[in-house]
Design a protein around this ligand. Structure first.
Ligand code: 5GP
Ligand code: ZN
Length: 132
């Protein structure tokens, strides 16, 4: 079956489009976490952030910024930007997308809950593993 976000970005499936440029397409999420919850996708298919080339990602994040600016200006909202990769991360549609979520009373979405303070030795070990 065709990728639903490819179909939407190509205009073959309906969506509530709020922005489009040569490379990117932004439309309202049909199950919004808050009013104005928007998805920003590349027009060319890539499943996850691991699969998209860097230039396309730069263009996509530029579109994300335009959309976030617009939401802040129009809604007077703070804005959360979220992007999931893989099932455990919560990805449901395998076409790269950024969530741009207005944060405005009374619809404030708590996205991240911090854990307890990590021991410094754990942080140091993780730094050694991840730094490049
Ligand atoms: P994910 O969970 O993959 O990070 O986010 C996928 C998002 O796409 C979900 O928030 C879901 O509501 C939204 N979504 C799934 N199918 C459609 C669709 O056909 N149209 C629109 N506008 N949003 C969709
Ligand atoms: Zn696609």
């Amino acid at each position: 079956m065709a990728c639903i976000f490819c179909e939407i970005a190509a205009g073959r499936a309906p969506s509530y489009k709020i922005y489009e440029d040569a490379d990117s397409f932004a439309f309202l999420d049909i199950n919004p976490a808050a009013p104005g919850h928007t998805l920003v996708v590349p027009k060319s298919h890539a499943a996850m952030i691991f699969d998209i080339d860097e230039l396309s990602l730069r263009r996509l994040t530029s579109a994300v910024k335009h959309v976030a600016d617009r939401i802040r200006k129009v809604m007077g909202a703070d804005v959360s930007v979220l992007q999931n990769n893989g099932r455990l991360a919560g990805q449901g549609v395998d076409h790269v997308h950024f969530h741009v979520i207005p944060q405005k009373m009374p619809h404030v979405v708590r996205l991240g809950h911090m854990g307890p303070r990590a021991p410094d030795e754990d942080l140091k070990a993780m730094t050694e593993q991840l730094k490049f």
